[in-house]
Design a protein around this ligand. Sequence first.
Ligand code: 3H9
Length: 697
Amino acid sequence: MTELTQSVRLETEGSVALIIVDNPPVNALSWHVRAGLFEGMSRAVADGASAIVLICDGRTFIAGADITEFGGAPKGPGLAETQAAMEDAPVPVIAAIHGTALGGGLEVALCAHYRVALGSAKFGLPEVNLGLLPGAGGTQRLPRLTGVPKALEMMTSGRHIGTAEALECGLVDEVVDGDLAALRAAAVAFARRAVDEGLPLVRVRDRDDKVLPARGDTKLFADFRASIAHRTRGFLAPEYNVRCVEAAANLPFEEGMQVEATLFREVMSGSQSSAQRYAFFAERAANKVPDIPADTPTVDVARVGVLGAGTMGGGIAMNFANVGIAVTIVERDQESLDRGLGVVRKNYERSASRGSIPAEAVEQRMALITGSTDKADFADCDLVIEAVFENMDLKQSIFRELDTICKPGAVLATNTSALDVNAIAAVTSRPESVIGMHFFSPANVMKLLEVVRGSASSPTTIATAMAVAKRIGKIAALVGVCNGFVGNRMLFMRGAEAERMLLEGATPAQIDRVLYDFGFPMGPFAMSDLAGLDIGWKAERSTGSTIRELMCESGRRGQKNGRGYYTYDPDTRDKTPDPEVEQLIRDFATSKGHEPREVTDQEVLERLLYPMINEGAKILDEGIAIRGSDIDVIWVNGYGWPLYRGGPMWWADSVGLAEIVERIRTYGAALGGRHWELSPLLERLAADGGQLQSFSR
Ligand code: 3H9
């Protein structure tokens, strides 16, 4: 055995050389890995190896370039020399893959003559998720192996494919059952066979049989672009990936590589990729809580209770059933329970009919969900999540009851989106076991979970909520108690200013368009229409004192009755601005003494987003969010903030805090209102050249 660098060593089995990478946690291609791979190839060939196997220690094959090196000064050798050494080696080179072969890792494997993988392995080019494209020849080699349609789909979605799919599309040559030792043995056996049988040394770059069908086929690319247009709106990287695949189809390999290199440089130096790379690490940082060490004991969650089988409760229950955790769901009467469970079943059936889950999963998952009308059935649950409507008295009375029913040590969670978790915890005899778990609607789809730490929540309760979130595939951020927590508290500020601008002369359509063009999936008024204008509205208490009340009074309920801030086509649900609504707003504004004026798009944008930034800074100052990047994680994953703009804190830093402070002062002086009161932290950071994204108390 020879140590080549700190992370790469060379071993031999008879005449077969093994280059082994060991660079925890994910064997990323750090400079010393690149150096070791190159050295390993040179030595193995010089030593007269009959074949070479590239394999990794630890939990995975190479999971990509080392993202922490991006943006820094170049260090060590590039990857191209190693890739050339692999392709041009005079003896068979076999990549042995387990875990995930991603990005640069897969691009290295594509330079081997053959690929052998464990059945559990996954393959992908996820660079697009980092605002990038596979810049180490992946854009030119993958289509040559899998064909153009598959490569387009993989590269623009970043999806990881399993071995069955990889075998079918030609990405791997042999699949092995068992563990890493079995993979090693099989790869060495494959290498020996390749030598004995004189298998050809296949250089993927030389193949064009799989790309020929797409050569000159402009329609194929036009149709593909149209098919992803909606999903990728605003993002640069998907289009750049498509251009590279187009080059792979139409140009010789070397020319395609030139296209890849030019476009890679462009995306790598652009702001979108830097926002998306930031978001990657922000998500992982959010899962770490400074005063809760990673080894904090957690409650073993085998059965979860959900109170309420409405849209929220049903969606929450699905998250657990999806990962094999048993759920007891309780409703107050059989009819509501049946209705709720019916919706859950329909959701699963729809997923199965779309092919996103296997047909048999519908019954398997439904079998994990037990319905009941008796809260006493929560007695054996390890975690109970209350998902009834937002009313403090109701929630307190429920928690009093849960306190008497649930077993000692069970975690009691409330799904409140704004109420005081401490006041809810205080009615129990075990406030240390109470926590907020704020899911976002639809709860089975939305990635975000705000975990709300009460002042008495114990480390175990917090660690359990964070661990459970990870288990069900959520991105969790831990926040403190205040009205609306992080997400909704900032949203309230945006909403207040949006309403105000209506009075001054902006229209719902203008305000929504500005946010849509910024990259949000929809603006505040389209969102209100979707949620229903009458949430929390009661006819008998309505006094016509806000635009929303007036809308409800005139029978406008939003999308559900086809009339809200917009009118909706009953078949297509397409929305059209409604002159009647604009008149209603103007009349109301006049009655309040407002002269309509032109509000520019720039003003709309600043007045919607700057109060949010200001509030975000106050939230940080109060310690409600742990770090600036947690706020960004919340907004990107729960509120539709465009990923390629990092999040409100990242974006504010990119605009410049001094500029934002100046604008807040100007608007504050002209308009007044609590949300324009400048955050002292924001003021200080602006003066000191500090950043919101990296701020932490
Ligand atoms: C690329 O390859 C460009 C090339 O085309 C061109 C080159 C010229 N680098 O996610 P986890 C860290 S772009 C550095 O919690 P999991 C991560 O921060 C890259 N660090 O684990 C975390 O650190 P910590 C293309 C990385 O088991 C720890 O590893 N590749 C990298 O849930 C564990 O991560 C990708 O985009 C990295 N590449 O999931 C793959 N990856 O513990 C990105 C991870 O200190 N990675 N870390 O917080 C992933 O998708 C997941 O990490 C993976 C494991 C599926 C591998």
